[in-house]
Design a protein around this ligand. Sequence first.
Ligand code: FAD
Length: 510
Amino acid sequence: MTTLRLILGDQLNHNHSWFQNPQKGVHYLMMEMRQETDYVTHHIQKVCAFFLAMRRFAGFLENQGFQVHYLKLGDPGNAQALEENLDHLLKKLNCRRFEWQLPDEWRLDQQLREFFNTRDLAGGPVDSEHFLTTRDELEAFFAGKKQYLMENFYRSLRRRENILMEGKDPVGGRWNYDAENRKAYDGSVPFPQSPKPENDVSAIVRMLDSMEVRTLGNIDPEKLNWPVDRSQAEAQLEWFCTEALPHFGTFQDALTEKDPFLFHSRLSFALNSKILHPREVIERALKSWEANPEAIGLAQIEGFIRQILGWREYMRGIYWAKMPEYRSLNHFGYTNKLPDFFWTGKTKMRCVGQAVRQSLDHAYAHHIQRLMVTGNFAMLAGINPDEVDRWYLGIYIDAVEWVELPNTRGMSQYADGGLLASKPYAASANYLNKMGDHCRHCDYDPKKRVGEKACPFNSFYWAFLEDQREKLGKNPRLGNPYRTWERMDPSLRNDLMEQAKFYREHLEEL
Ligand code: FAD
């Protein structure tokens, strides 16, 4: 029986059991489609990186002798939608069996199930063989709990996978080195320069232009500096483990305008497209640490493992436990529109401007920029989480809904009411000033709370707490800030509320 196997654009897993040996009568299909370029406005680098990575992967399979049918976006026979393209090829090849790897996005999962259930075909879904946990594992782990704490899930995975363990105990006696991983960048170590693959995507850019695909952000079509195949991804991983990992944890939370990447790995695209497997990333990092524990301290390696084994698997589990309801949660009932400067970077708030501009230039901002600068601003300014989600889902090279949504709606916007975070990630200028160097040259004064040049993060922060007292007032982790607020002079409190109101009414001018 002839079989058709579908490979989605984020399923570029060379080691999948499908690809052990070419088999007669088994065909593979990969498609570039308008349904994927248009469900949100994506960064141009993201579209180019996915299409180029898919094309390289198809080339790799063909070289190995697999029968691959590849539909480019501009191909005349491309119906631009999954069902039509599948129906056409299934008929053409006379296939009676259809197989697909479990998608990571709810939208595609539904679409493929519906397709299969309404056709007379044998086959069905198989695992993508990428994650270290199954889709449902987190839900079962936290069954009956009101809050899903990442730390508990992470520790159980450390034990089960025997990673950084000494018998039943964590290596070094501690599970968590977060407290040592909160340094501002002090210039003591120069930023390592990562490999620059300089991929030429001009043909893809021309194709997108000619088909009038709407994108955002900037690109040098001859130099796309994201790893898009195995050898480039392996080089990026190697570079990270030798050059950046020794300082990864220390400066993990730092904000600086001196460099857009600091000591971050930039592996998220290679991981999310499945070019790299999380286990190989973990094993490679552990190997570096074991070979050189003096240069790579425990706080560095644990900090990194926590991101991949902890946060990444956890976010995926949250997604599958809570979709589809999760994508419309709006705990604070926010309705404001995202200001235009999220698409231009033209704002007097220097930290926000830099985070947005580098996102437009590189399709990248590191975690703390996403969480504590743009995300924090959006939450404090009362922006509708639908708008915030759309922005994050479009702008980043690594943005795929299963990981974008829980990070944005849950972690950064607290729109799930605290399922994922024990308190909102809200901060005033004090935090931004402590962790970063933007405030020194900013138009706003981080120390000023009201009046001319008062940093908007200050009045926004206090007004947020006051406005959300009903929802947050009893949170034990917010006891201190609420006490500080209550001790403030009533006239200052009043001025702060007025200042925040004024700034909210003039968001576009900030
Ligand atoms: P590093 O800092 O070097 O970390 C190593 C790896 O750990 C990352 O490549 C990533 O795979 C994983 N990781 C780290 N933090 C997280 C996290 N919170 N959740 C899941 N995995 C994590 N990550 C995405 O992959 N896609 C997204 O769409 C995405 N959207 C985000 C939106 C918001 C509002 C926030 C606050 C975070 C988001 N993240 C997202 C998580 C994180 O910011 C990125 O994974 C990270 O910045 C990618 O850069 P890096 O590869 O240099 O990461």
